[in-house]
Design a protein. Structure first.
Length: 277
């Protein structure tokens, strides 16, 4: 039985852990919140408290590095501010990995790394990115840090906007004025994001970079309208007028689909969500 460790059993990490476990993998993971560890255990996941502040905190966290496969899903709040803490966390993590049993690593990044510029063709993994043109320079530094010569094989997954379950596009903009609606979305459903991680492990797709984005890219206003009509969410009160014909940047997931991966939710207009209270 293959062992997989997941650093960060949060919104995506927990879904991934449960999926991998259902497929026969032995999963061990961590949470930065001690109170959540017991909840995870009740859901069937072997979990411990582990945090990087940026030095490691917790008891028994060395077990995380006994697996040959490691999935790193540090929570988004780690990227607040200038990103210094986030990069320090990754540096500490690399030190823990050095000399461990980890042979393959999946690093969850974001499509936010791509330049904040519209163009006529989609952004692909082959797009030249550097410190000056990266949409989020911290993400560029993070990927570069994890890619520096190491003892493990690295695959980077650049996820789009993570939706599904309790994350419903449009809820934040309910009733608000002058909402951006003319740009296209780059979303991925939680089930597909977890499935993509599982696919990489199952197929042994190492030393790669893949975009994790649903193949279809409807306009934001279309997604908000659909969720309003089907889920009873108050729609935005008004939308901004598009200053030009630009539809925003859109990201291609053709590379991962070429490996045989199939999206269960290829169109964000058909995403399913958890029942609202």
């Amino acid at each position: 039985m293959k062992k997989v460790s997941i650093i960060g059993l949060g919104w995506l990490g927990e879904a991934t852990g449960l999926l991998l476990q259902s497929l026969g993998y032995q999963v061990f993971g961590s949470s930065t919140r001690p109170e959540k560890v017991e909840t995870l255990r009740k859901r069937g996941l072997d979990a411990i408290h582990f945090a990087l502040s940026p030095d490691p905190e917790g008891t028994g966290y060395q077990r995380l590095f006994d697996s040959e496969i490691l999935v790193v899903t540090l929570p988004p709040r780690s990227r607040q501010g200038d990103g210094k803490l986030y990069l320090q966390q990754l540096s500490s993590l690399r030190e823990l990995i050095a000399g461990s049993s980890v042979k393959q690593l999946i690093f969850i990044s974001s499509t936010g790394i791509y330049p904040n510029e519209s163009k006529s063709s989609p952004y692909t993994e082959a797009e030249p990115i550097n410190a000056s043109n990266a949409g989020n320079p911290v993400l560029y530094e993070a990927e570069a840090l994890m890619e520096t010569p190491s003892t493990y094989q690295l695959t980077v997954l650049r996820m789009g906007g993570l939706m599904g379950a309790d994350r419903i596009p449009g809820t934040y903009f309910s009733g608000k004025e002058q909402v951006v609606g003319h740009t296209r979305v780059n979303f991925i459903h939680q089930a597909d994001a977890a499935g993509m991680i599982s696919w990489v492990i199952d197929q042994g797709l190492w030393n790669q970079t893949f975009n994790g984005v649903a193949p279809e890219h409807p306009f934001r206003r279309e997604v908000y309208a659909k969720n309003s009509s089907t889920l009873g969410i108050l729609p935005p009160a008004s939308y901004q007028e598009a200053a030009d014909e630009k539809e925003g940047r859109w990201i291609s997931s053709e590379k991962v689909r070429a490996t045989g991966f199939t999206f269960n939710f290829p169109n964000p207009l058909d995403f399913t969500y958890a029942a609202r209270p």
